[in-house]
Design a protein. Structure first.
Ligand SMILES: *Cc1c(COP(=O)(O)O)cnc(C)c1O
Length: 404
């Protein structure tokens, strides 16, 4: 904008909010007047969830008790909810099972991928910028299966895949910088060399189109308490492409993944399809709060969410450039839309003190030590006025907290 006054930006924010087709979804959430830019860490509570959970607890558990496994659909919840998540990540039905944490699903996916790759492929490429848990789990899986970990920047993976590569484990969006990796390109390069692609969608599912089926992804995992608003510790999910399901050999073959779980036989026989990714008894309370939370996506197109997310992060970056004192913050989030997820990460030498003060003044982002201020944009409940206010308060805080 040519006029860079506060009045010009607040007017622009009001104009953008008025034209925003997704703005109406905000009222579905329990929010106050803080600017909540941490929905990429813990999504906000959809307002109807408490009443649904009261029914789950008092009636389904309290009154129906054991009958609810059948009569309230508890037993089939992992696949039913998987099919609710499927359209958000571009998957046809029957390929996603919900349960366990992302960390546990990373373990299942990595070990199962080494078994699918077979032969003498002894290398696992791991995103060198990964969220730590994926790296720790992959390293342990590699020790168990006799593989070697090769840490690489995802951009370098296409040039590094060889006939020894079993799989690559990659974060679709970098949790620290917000960089969106090239899922189609990396997946195609892996396949060209006969290797498998395992994607972690924690920071992309619910924020942008993923296209799991369209791009031929082999296995994927993701969490549901970030952009999917499932609630603290809500269960994660595992995607196994249909073509791999018959050969998917879980390293955690619990009784819930047995073809006949109530046969209670000593020998293991894997279930067909998505249930093969189960382990033990599902955490029904968390799972059903996730199921209720997914109602907010009814009638929402993920392409529209993506368009708004990019407009929000563009506008926030523009406001930060206008409001922040020269040289105090530097964006580490890519400018190019094709390389940007749904967050803005700003490097700032005084980041710990600045984030604490931002939160005190009603702008909630988070800190990634030592020096990154992270702001997540969840288009269903964050608007352009929020982006403007966050940048304006950031400018004020930076003036009040001197450099150095
Ligand atoms: C948030 C996140 C996780 C979290 O794993 P949990 O097992 O739920 O604690 C894992 N991987 C990535 C990339 C994440 O962003």
């Amino acid at each position: 904008m040519s006029d860079t006054s506060t009045a010009a930006y607040t007017a622009e924010a009001a104009r953008l909010d008025a034209a925003d087709e997704l703005a109406k979804h905000r009222e579905k959430f329990a929010l106050d007047d803080t600017v909540y830019l941490d929905g990429n860490s813990l999504g906000a509570l959809p307002a109807h969830v408490p009443a649904r959970m009261a029914d789950v607890i008092t009636r389904q558990w309290g009154e129906l008790r054991i009958r609810s496994w059948d009569e309230s659909g508890w037993w089939t919840a992992p696949e039913r909810i998987g099919d609710r998540i499927a359209p958000l990540v571009g998957a046809a039905d029957g390929q996603i099972v919900v349960g366990d944490s992302t960390s546990v699903n990373v373990f299942k996916a990595v070990v199962a991928a080494t078994r699918l790759a077979g032969g003498d492929r002894d290398e696992i490429l791991v995103d060198a910028t990964t969220f730590p848990t994926d790296g720790y789990i992959a390293a342990s899986a590699a020790r168990m299966t006799g593989h070697r970990i090769v840490p690489l920047d995802p951009a370098e993976m296409p040039g590094a895949v060889t006939g020894r590569t079993a799989l690559a484990l990659v974060n679709h969006v970098d949790y620290r910088t917000g960089r969106l990796q090239d899922l189609p390109g990396v997946t195609a390069a892996l396949h060209a060399a006969g290797a498998l692609a395992v994607w972690d969608l924690c920071h992309s599912a619910g924020a942008l189109p993923v296209g799991l089926d369209a791009h031929g992804v082999d296995l994927a995992v993701g969490c549901t308490y970030k952009y999917l608003n499932g609630g603290p510790g809500a269960p994660a999910y595992l995607y196994v492409a249909e073509r791999h399901q018959a050969r998917f050999d879980s390293p955690l073959p619990g009784w819930n993944s047995h073809a006949d779980p109530f046969g209670m036989t000593p020998d293991y026989r894997a279930a067909e399809g998505a249930p093969r990714g189960r382990v033990g008894t599902p955490d029904i309370l968390s799972m059903l709060s996730l199921e209720a939370a997914l109602d907010v996506w009814d009638g929402v197109r993920i392409e529209d969410v993506r368009a708004k997310s990019l407009a929000l992060t563009d506008f926030f970056l523009e406001c930060v450039r206008a409001y922040a004192p020269e040289g105090r913050v530097t964006s580490v989030t890519p400018e190019a839309h094709a390389e940007r997820g749904s967050q803005v990460a700003l490097r700032c030498a005084e980041a710990p003190a600045v984030m604490a003060e931002l939160i005190r003044r009603g702008v909630v982002g988070d800190l990634r030590r030592p020096d990154v201020l992270r702001f997540g944009f969840t288009p269903l409940y964050v608007g352009f006025a929020d982006a403007e206010r966050a940048a304006r308060v950031l400018g004020e805080v930076l003036r009040d907290i001197p450099a150095g």
